[in-house]
Design a protein around this ligand. Structure first.
Ligand SMILES: C[S@@+](CC[C@H](N)C(=O)[O-])C[C@H]1O[C@@H](n2cnc3c(N)ncnc32)[C@H](O)[C@@H]1O
Length: 267
């Protein structure tokens, strides 16, 4: 995990109060660290405070609730009933190698330096591609464990501007932002794999953050906050929503489809 557990981006300034208890047991997710490893205890305690996690420095690890374990080799996510998992770049390396064909960058028609609010940050794979293309990414994530895992992974990757993180629900973050606050809003609220089947590797994530229904209200808020485009990743076979009777444009590759809504000053 390198010298600093904080990574390279901006940290949230107040502890979150969303998804900070385990859905089944009601217990607080934990952040485990060992003073003998390369992660300094003071930094781990800071992170636990910012992300609303229960700091754990003793073994054995809790088995009844999810948590993140900081080790010298990087953070490991532990969700009861699932295999421990670490952050993995997935298809990101391949996408970074050929940005000119990346369908998300095409859907946004992204210009370097533009601000993109990634309202469903998840693993931050899309956010990495956006940062590498020069975007200032504000990632919103409601699961503190996932937010921290992704925040640390991004801190290790000096690609373009650092990730800015907001913990919370995208609908609340959008509602609080002024009109035209960013150039783009990007939403990817679902977890199916490319073929539309349920993926085993994403099972712990689904256990942590059950799939949220994608609300039309999100779209309305997003179109108000974005100056240029709102892009929504579509699930396989999903029919894109119309907005005020307008059918969105579709940008696709062989693997994914995006619905593109033009916002206020669109270009
Ligand atoms: C499919 S994943 C996003 C994957 C991401 N695009 C990537 O490249 O890694 C969806 C994420 O959205 C988050 N999420 C779902 N509903 C949310 C909401 N209302 N506010 C904020 N985050 C939300 C989930 O916790 C999950 O991490």
């Amino acid at each position: 995990m390198g010298g600093s557990a904080r990574g390279g981006g901006e940290c949230p300034t107040s502890p979150p109060h969303l998804f900070t208890t385990h859905a089944v047991t009601g217990a607080r997710p934990y952040l485990a660290f060992s003073a003998h490893r390369s992660v300094r205890a003071a930094e781990a305690l800071d992170l636990a405070g910012w992300f609303g996690l229960d700091p754990v420095s003793e073994r054995p690890l809790p088995v009844d609730r999810p948590g993140l374990v900081l080790t010298g080799a990087g953070p490991t996510l532990r969700v009861p009933g699932h295999r421990p998992m670490t952050w993995h770049p997935g298809m990101t390396a391949w996408r970074l190698a050929s940005p000119e064909t990346d369908p998300l960058l095409r859907a946004l028609a992204l210009r370097p330096g533009e601000r993109v609010l990634d309202g469903t940050l998840g693993f931050g794979h899309d956010a990495l591609v956006l940062r590498a293309a020069g975007a200032v990414v504000i990632g919103v994530e409601r699961s503190p464990l996932l937010a921290l895992l992704t925040f640390l992974a991004h801190g290790e990757r000096p690609l373009g501007p650092p990730l800015q993180l907001r913990l919370g629900r995208v609908e609340d973050v959008l509602a609080d932002l002024p009109t035209g606050a960013v150039e783009h809003v990007y939403l990817d609220p679902r977890f199916p794999d490319a073929a539309g089947r349920r993926s085993f590797t994403l099972a712990p994530m689904r256990a942590l953050c059950p799939e949220a229904p994608f609300e039309e209200s999100w779209l309305r808020l997003a179109v108000r906050v974005a100056r240029r485009r709102v892009v929504v990743k579509l699930a396989p076979l999903e029919v894109p929503r119309t907005l005020d009777g307008v059918v969105p444009a579709i940008v696709r590759s062989t693997r994914v489809r995006f619905a593109v809504y033009r916002a206020r000053d669109s270009a």
